[in-house]
Design a protein around this ligand. Sequence first.
Ligand code: FAD
Ligand code: NAP
Length: 339
Amino acid sequence: MTLQVRAQVSLKPFNSFGIDVRARLFAEAHSDADVREALACAAAQALPLLVIGGGSNLLLTQDISALVLRMATQGIRVLHDDGVHVVVEAEAGEAWHPFVLWTLAQGFCGLENLSLIPGTVGAAPMQNIGAYGVEIKDVFAGLTALDRQTGELREFTLQECNFAYRDSLFKHETGRWLILRVRFALSRASHLKLDYGPVQQRLAGQGITEATPSDVSRAICSIRSEKLPDPAVLGNAGSFFKNPLVPEALAEKLRARYPDLVAYPQADGQMKLAAGWLIDKAGWKGFRDGDAGVHKLQALVLVNYGGATGQDIANLARCIQRDISERFEVELEMEPNQY
Ligand code: FAD
Ligand code: NAP
């Protein structure tokens, strides 16, 4: 099937903030051939190509003068299974959470802490998605990307991806790598990571002492559903700011003023502060200006009550950043990708 390219398409259904901007051209890729055709089409129109997945980590602040290509490629396959270690490969357009559930249904452990994260498999390496103490770097077995500059396929190992906290090589070399499929090293043996208090508490509350990976997944789904706004109901892109890493001396100075400061020591000696705690402490939780606001249950999540523009959200974000900088001497960095 040849690529269906449409002009002047509203991106409202394709970004979880529900921001209504238009793409000059829009298409969906169902195969590698579609991806190559889209690149050729964009080049012929002298337009850039912007690849998106589920649109759950985007802040769209203007009409997009590009060919927006939504990855819709499907396919999951087991590449290796020795009875304990398993390698699974999934196409970029596979929806992330159903993929996690599929791995759990096969008895594969490793992705349970990353349950209920919106978006696609192909976008997951972009910011090395993470939750409840697990990041995809912990289960990463490689990926295949298309080099948009040369048209060649390239295989990436774990080391080559430069994964870090909400960061990767792909986030820095934007516009170069189009991720086609990702591989994960999972296990039939259970190696659960239960460091985060709320997960332990939820399992204990359910009377579960010997948790399975599916128990952990269900516990995390229930915690997340209670705490995070559903983008289908209230537009948002999850955490709007990264948790800041600060020198220990600053964390100590802040703790002297705020004994309830939430801070976690890092391996490199820095301290990770909870951005949500800082924003809450500064009084922003539940704040609303027009249709842009700060979620009432989770101060780290900016929301669109319906008619906010991307600029409205960006303006609110700037006000919060300025206030946090003045109050705490901490610079907050935005997490979603702004276009
Ligand atoms: P998109 O938003 O479509 O794209 C994100 C970026 O990746 C863009 O720059 C895009 O150009 C690029 N991109 C997309 N696909 C490809 C590809 N195939 N090749 C190359 N580049 C590509 N994130 C976490 O890390 N942890 C969480 O716990 C978490 N919870 C969330 C909860 C909610 C309610 C929401 C709304 C978001 C949450 N997020 C979380 C953020 C988001 O879900 C993830 O970052 C997710 O991986 C984004 O996937 P996507 O397909 O929606 O990407
Ligand atoms: P939370 O449990 O209220 O904790 C607040 C912050 O403290 C988190 O951001 C987390 O950092 C950190 N934290 C908590 N326990 C920790 C521990 N034992 N060790 C180290 N750090 C710890 O957080 P939440 O907002 O409800 O989110 C729960 C998890 O889902 C977090 O991991 C969060 O990153 C993830 N999440 C991410 C997004 C997103 O869009 N990126 C959206 C929703 C939830 P970390 O964030 O570094 O884990």
